[in-house]
Design a protein around this ligand. Structure first.
Ligand code: ADP
Ligand code: 5GP
Length: 217
């Protein structure tokens, strides 16, 4: 018997790291690897970066709209990061996991903490990415070419804040070689999907084995 998407509840796969360590890049690679994965498109009050698409990369919203969503309990989690509000809309996540689809989150430690503290904690897989060095983190932010020097400085200043939460995560990877990190992430996800709790059909299968076994004697 194999476990099908229809008979398991989806996992909430959380990727966190200091800004520039590689979350978005790796999230994109994972989405390309497994078409059943659903990316949780966050809402944010920050301005779009060049090339970012509303509804795909983020849902860009005003402060007033964001506050309304929070008030109406439409956010699974939300936090203030680098002077802006960010949050994960609840409804698409709920629909996906009930349909057995895993959902990938690119969120900070505060969001991860809120999800771990929610009723979804047993379905959560959290992974933290560390940069190989602080100098390399800075280089990546600069090379990304999407933030002003002032924004980069702000993100660098906050990076230790994010890194200091690394021990709250189940898995921690040093994102040195991109291909290697991608492979490691896939290994983690594959293994997690095979956990007993992720295979609700197993009890029925064992009962069938038992019946077959007893019929032998
Ligand atoms: P985050 O989403 O964590 O802020 P990004 O995924 O945007 O980070 O990555 C920041 C920059 O670093 C991007 O230009 C990306 O191409 C680059 N990058 C990501 N991972 C690696 C890696 N392992 N080696 C070299 N460059 C990387
Ligand atoms: P960026 O502005 O670089 O896209 O994201 C800045 C930070 O906000 C990153 O650490 C990212 O993971 C985090 N972030 C993005 N979306 C969310 C969200 O929905 N909730 C939380 N808590 N953090 C988020």
């Amino acid at each position: 018997m194999t476990t099908t998407l229809a008979n398991r509840r989806g996992l909430l796969i959380i990727l966190s790291s200091p800004s520039g360590a590689g979350k978005s890049t790796l999230a994109r690679r994972l989405m390309a690897w497994d078409e059943t994965l659903q990316f949780s498109v966050s809402a944010t009050t920050r301005d779009p970066r060049p090339g970012e698409v509303d509804g795909k990369d983020y849902i860009f919203a005003s402060q007033a709209q964001f506050r309304e969503w929070v008030k109406d309990n439409e956010m699974l989690e939300h936090a203030h990061v680098f002077g802006n509000s960010y949050g994960s809309p609840r409804a698409p996540v709920q629909a996906a996991i009930e349909a057995g689809r895993d959902v990938l989150f690119d969120i900070d430690w505060q969001g991860a903490q809120q999800i771990r503290g929610s009723s979804l904690r047993d379905h959560t897989l959290s992974i933290f990415l560390l940069p190989p060095s602080i100098a390399e983190l800075h280089r990546r932010l600069v090379d990304r070419g999407q933030d002003t020097p002032a924004t980069i400085a702000k993100r660098m200043k906050k990076s230790w804040d994010e890194i200091s939460h690394w021990e709250a995560y189940e898995y921690v990877l040093i994102n040195d070689d991109l291909d290697q990190t991608e492979e490691r992430l896939k290994t983690i996800i594959r293994a997690e999907r095979l956990q007993r709790s992720q295979q609700p059909g197993l009890a029925d299968h064992v009962r069938r084995l038992q019946t077959e076994f007893e019929d032998l004697s």
